[in-house]
Design a protein around this ligand. Structure first.
Ligand code: SAM
Length: 211
């Protein structure tokens, strides 16, 4: 268990505010979701690697009419999500497992800070292929990553993921490497727009759509 998880468990009711405050050091998730909603509408949202549900909360707020599905390989996904279960569902399954169930396609498929927790390129490709397979025609795949260009923020994020989250295999990728991965793994898809989310220039958002 990472240091962060051990500390969080002892915080009780203070866990959520503490987790949100900690996360806000790295990214303004509210702004991320608002900027996404300004770009497009969505009826169904899939988040792959949803974690505790911090991004789920913001996506459901910014897309008030959307149905949200969150999956994660870790146990108890969406544990801290405050949105009604009537419009959210969370499952501890892989993207390939979900894909096999043949879900109704999603208008928006989102991965927020997930790829750098998947060290192996083949596994990244599998998740990306699953993501686009579950995206409806005209839908958007949004990858929010922590770009591996060196900065003070980069060092902070590496230390947080390596020592606080306890992920020994964390592997950040430069934006150029990500683009090359998409080019290779997602033929027929192109980056339709790009964004940067405060407070760090490392927070890049790449939105992919079918050509
Ligand atoms: C930094 S957390 C981000 C959680 C959430 N997206 C957010 O923004 O709050 C990264 C998450 O990715 C999940 N993850 C790692 N590899 C995954 C995979 N192959 N498929 C789905 N989730 C994965 C981890 O379990 C973890 O919950």
């Amino acid at each position: 268990m990472g240091l962060g998880a051990a500390v969080r468990r002892r915080l009780g009711p203070l866990e959520s505010p503490a987790a949100e405050a900690y996360r806000s050091i790295f990214i303004d998730l509210r702004r991320f979701a608002d900027r996404l909603a300004a770009r497009r509408s969505a009826e169904r949202i899939l988040e792959i690697g949803c974690g505790d549900g911090s991004t789920a909360d913001q996506l459901c707020r910014a897309f008030p009419n959307a149905e949200y599905v969150g999956i994660d390989v870790a146990p108890d996904p969406g544990r801290r999500c405050g949105v009604s279960p009537e419009r959210t569902s969370f499952s501890a399954i892989t993207s390939s497992d979900l894909r096999r169930t043949g879900p109704q396609p999603f208008s928006l498929v989102v991965l927020v800070d997930v790829l750098h927790h998947i060290p192996d390129d083949a596994d990244r490709r599998t998740v990306l292929a699953d993501a686009v397979a579950m995206t409806e025609p005209g839908g958007t795949l949004v990858i929010k990553e922590w770009s591996g260009h060196r900065s003070l923020g980069y060092g902070l994020a590496y230390a947080a993921d390596r020592y606080v989250s306890g992920d020994r295999d964390v592997r950040f990728t430069t934006e150029a490497e990500l683009m090359a991965l998409f080019e290779d793994a997602l033929p027929g898809w192109t980056v339709a727009w790009r964004d940067v989310v405060r407070p760090w220039a490392n927070n890049i958002v790449l939105a992919l759509e079918r050509r």
